[in-house]
Design a protein around this ligand. Structure first.
Ligand code: GAL
Length: 362
C-alpha cells in the first residue's frame, strides 16, 4: 500500500505532466488569439479575433457605420445519414445565423448569433430539425431597420420558402417574421440586392431550381411587391451573387449539383430585371472549371466606383459541413475600350493574397 508522502509525490508528478500536456494547447490558443491576419488564405481555417474558426457559411456581407458585417449559417455537428440517403440529406441542425464584424475584411470579431434557433417550437422554421440557409442582410434607410432574408427549408428540402427577420441593430437579435413563397413560387438559393435608388430585389432559384426569379420588394423590404420576372429559364442556376459596376448589373452563380462543385458563370444586364446575358466563367487558374471547389455566395463591393470587388465562395464539405471553408478571391476588372461595352472580368486563383491586390487592379 502506498504511503501518504508517496501518494503526494505521485499526485504532484501527475499534475506536472498534465500541465506540460496542456501547455502547447494553451500556447496555440493564445497564438491564434493574437494572430492578426494580413492575407486572405482560401480553403484554410480562418480564425476570428478569439482564435475560433469563423462559422458563417452561405453568407452575405453588409457595410454599415464604418464596419463590415458578415452573416452566415452557423453550422455545428452533422446529421448522420441513413445508408439510402442521397446528397440532399446532408445537413446540420439549425442553430441560427451568425454575425461577425470587421473593419478590414480580414480580421473578424464574433458578434454572436444574430438570429437564434427556436428549439422549443417544433413548428418554427428555426427549429433545429429544419434548414436555414443563405442569410443575406440589408439596411433599409426608410424604416431604419436591418432586414434579413433566408432560405427557409424543411429537413427534406420540400418547403422551398423565403424567411424574413428584422432588427434595429446590425448584430441583432433579429425578430423572425415567418416564411412564405414569394409570388407563390418556390424560393431556394437566394440573395438580396439594393439598387442605388433604394429599391431591393430578391434573386431566388425557383421552379425546382430551374429558373431564377427576380422579385422586387416592398419599400420596407419585408415582402415581394408583386412585380417579378423569370430569368435564366431552364438554366438551373443556383447560389446567386449580384453586384453592380459602372451602371451594369452582374450575377455570379453556380450550376445545380447540391453540395458538389461545378462551373461558375457570370451574367450581365443593363437593367436589373433583365434581359440577362451570360458572359461565361470568370474563374481562372487551378481548378477554375470547378470554381476552385467552391460555390458562390456573395460579391463584396469593397469600392465599386474604383472597381474593387471580392468574390466569396463556400467550399462545402458535405460529410462534415461544419468544417466547410471559405474561398475569397479578388475580382479583376479590365474596362473595355468602349466604355459602354462589358469589361473583362476575371476571378484568378490565389493560394494567398493581400487586400493591396485589389487596389492595384490589373
Ligand atoms: C446546394 C445549395 C446549398 C444547399 C445544398 C443542399 O445546391 O447551393 O445552399 O441548399 O444545395 O444540398
Amino acid at each position: 500500500m502506498a504511503t501518504k508522502p508517496l501518494i503526494m509525490k505521485r499526485l504532484l508528478t501527475w499534475a506536472f505532466a498534465l500541465t506540460l500536456l496542456a501547455l502547447p494547447a494553451a500556447a496555440q490558443r493564445s497564438q491564434n488569439k493574437s494572430t492578426k491576419h494580413t492575407q486572405f488564405v482560401p480553403k484554410e481555417v480562418w480564425t476570428d479575433t478569439d482564435g475560433n474558426a469563423i462559422n458563417a457559411h452561405g453568407g452575405g456581407l453588409m457595410y454599415h457605420g464604418g464596419r463590415w458585417y458578415w452573416y452566415g449559417e452557423y453550422k455545428v455537428g452533422q446529421t448522420i445519414l441513413p445508408s439510402w440517403a442521397t446528397w440532399e440529406c446532408y445537413r446540420t441542425d439549425v442553430t441560427g445565423v451568425s454575425c461577425y464584424s470587421s473593419k478590414d475584411l480580414l480580421n473578424w470579431k464574433f458578434e454572436g448569433l444574430a438570429l437564434k434557433a427556436e428549439p422549443d417550437d417544433p413548428e418554427s422554421d428555426l427549429h433545429p430539425s429544419k434548414v436555414i440557409e443563405r442569410p443575406k442582410v440589408v439596411y433599409n434607410k426608410r424604416t431604419k431597420k436591418f432586414v434579413m432574408w433566408v432560405h427557409a427549408e424543411s429537413a427534406d428540402y420540400g418547403k422551398a420558402a423565403a424567411g424574413v427577420a428584422v432588427s434595429d441593430t446590425p448584430t441583432g437579435p433579429f425578430t423572425y417574421l415567418g416564411s412564405f413563397r414569394p409570388n407563390d413560387s418556390m424560393s431556394r438559393d437566394q440573395t438580396l440586392f439594393v439598387d442605388d435608388d433604394g429599391t431591393c430585389y430578391q434573386f431566388a432559384s425557383s421552379e425546382n431550381n430551374q429558373t431564377m426569379h427576380i422579385n422586387r420588394l416592398t419599400d420596407d423590404y419585408l415582402r415581394p411587391d408583386g412585380h417579378f420576372v423569370r430569368r435564366f429559364v431552364g438554366m438551373s442556376r443556383e447560389a446567386p451573387a449580384v453586384f453592380k459596376y459602372a451602371g451594369k448589373y452582374y450575377m455570379l452563380s453556380s450550376g445545380c449539383t447540391g453540395w458538389d462543385p461545378n462551373r461558375a458563370e457570370l451574367a450581365v444586364a443593363d437593367s436589373i430585371m433583365g434581359e440577362w446575358t451570360v458572359i461565361g466563367d470568370p474563374c481562372t487558374g487551378v481548378d477554375a472549371d470547378k470554381t476552385f471547389y467552391g460555390q458562390s455566395t456573395y460579391v463584396i463591393p469593397v469600392n465599386p466606383r474604383k472597381g474593387q470587388f471580392i468574390a466569396c465562395f463556400d467550399m462545402w464539405k458535405k460529410k462534415d459541413l461544419a468544417d466547410s471553408r471559405y474561398i475569397w478571391l479578388p475580382l479583376h476588372i479590365t474596362p473595355a475600350a468602349d466604355a459602354t461595352a462589358v469589361p473583362k472580368m476575371e476571378i484568378p486563383w490565389r493560394a494567398a493574397w493581400s487586400p493591396s491586390e485589389l487596389k492595384a487592379g490589373k
